[in-house]
Design a protein around this ligand. Sequence first.
Ligand SMILES: Cc1cc2nc3c(=O)[nH]c(=O)nc-3n(C[C@H](O)[C@H](O)[C@H](O)COP(=O)(O)OP(=O)(O)OC[C@H]3O[C@@H](n4cnc5c(N)ncnc54)[C@H](O)[C@@H]3O)c2cc1C
Length: 471
Amino acid sequence: MDARSAIPVTLPRANPTISYWQEPPDPEIADYLSSKQVPEIADTVIIGSGITGTFVAWNLLQTPDHGKIVMLEARQACSGATGRNGGHTKGASYRSFHDNAHSIGTEEAIKIARLEYDNIKAVHAFAREHNIDCDLFSGDTVDIIYDQAQWDTGVKSIEAMRKAMPELLDTVAGYKIWSKEEAKEKFYAKGEECVGAISYEAGSLSAYKFVIGVLKMVVKSGLELFTNTPATKVEKREDGTWSVQTSRGVVIAKRVVLATNGYTGFLCEKFQGKIVPLRGQITAHRPGTNQPVSGLPTTYSFIYKNGYEYMIPRPQGTKYAGDIIMGGGLVMAKDEGLNEFGTTDDTTINEEISSYLTATTPRYFGSNWGDDHEDSRIRKQWTGIMGYSPDGFPFIGEVPGEKNLWMAASFQGHGMVLCFLCARALVAMMGGEEEKLASWFPEAFKVSEERLKKKFAGRLHTKHLDIETKP
Ligand SMILES: Cc1cc2nc3c(=O)[nH]c(=O)nc-3n(C[C@H](O)[C@H](O)[C@H](O)COP(=O)(O)OP(=O)(O)OC[C@H]3O[C@@H](n4cnc5c(N)ncnc54)[C@H](O)[C@@H]3O)c2cc1C
């Protein structure tokens, strides 16, 4: 792992695989340029147009005297992790609660679980309130669990959550536990024999369509957006301002926000080896002939001894309704996926992961899968780059020792339940209102010198992937 985290982080690569959601790319905003060259000066430069950068922009635009805000994006708009993810708005907080309570205390663990739940609700509410067409599904998810130890830990963790937050039994800690027989009937899991199932509130959306919708709003409100414009260097100037070099000129800014997730180490050396890129892979399956005609009623995860898959059925009334988006399979690659760490190459797929993911649907659904669709099982597959930190938490705040260089990055495989509220928290910090965050924002998410000293202990701390720590 040391060798993988030492690989120099690069800029986002040219010609990435194209995700299901980006077909077609949005004609209005994908290649948007506010002008041919970047402006000479700006109040704030945001680097990155994923969900984080976009909501930093949205929140800044709500503040008085926000001045000129410029956003730089290396490739097309929203073409990083956000434009190529599973779109699962699923907290699965019980899977990390126990570890979090142990490592950072129960109070912080409760804050994280609440933030994840609140983030899901806030994203869904935002999409509805602003009428963003993003294939939103608000409903339940289910974890089908195949390993007894995973099951025991999960049930124990749910008990701990219920005890720690009795006032939130219907929301944050609102889990339902199902037997193996119930899992087969209610959730169609008639393939491999499971131990049982756990269901709870979650949802899904096209993160690409969602963020593109918000980008259109912020551009209308005055954001200057430069797509296909990589920031190649960020340097502090003697007068305390920042110079950002780009392929379309240099912009001098009072402050800069790195919303660059897995790519942060390229622009900010301090994060080389501290935010390690991890390539994730997804396959989109056409539904088998025995899948329910009205579509599956929940989203899914399939959890086994040392890993898991996540699965989102495309909601009724959307393009390719009934299709199944299946991501995961990392540990099935050579050396349990070690070579997927440290790479920023989303121009290719991993063939081993591809073969494994392709076989998952009939294996999990058994007779409820049936024959493959006449046009073949797989409609599309693609990859994307996440960012992982040694302690498994995002880095939010001002970069230590770098006044007016701000960041919100490293959301693991979990940004759809973190980024919206982390962007809000960052903008409060930038506005000098950090004390207002005390009641809800976890200290563990704030960037600090202390956290920058942490190293990956063996394999990544992959609590959201549930991979065992490997030397
Ligand atoms: C395959 C895959 C599946 C996933 N599935 C899920 C899921 O189902 N649910 C979930 O919660 N999370 C999921 N995630 C994680 C989630 O997508 C991320 O945590 C989240 O999108 C992070 O958003 P972001 O805006 O911080 O980063 P990104 O969306 O990666 O945005 C960063 C942007 O910065 C740009 N950039 C970087 N460097 C530069 C530079 N120097 N100059 C200009 N631009 C630059 C990049 O091009 C990119 O567009 C998944 C991720 C992947 C890759």
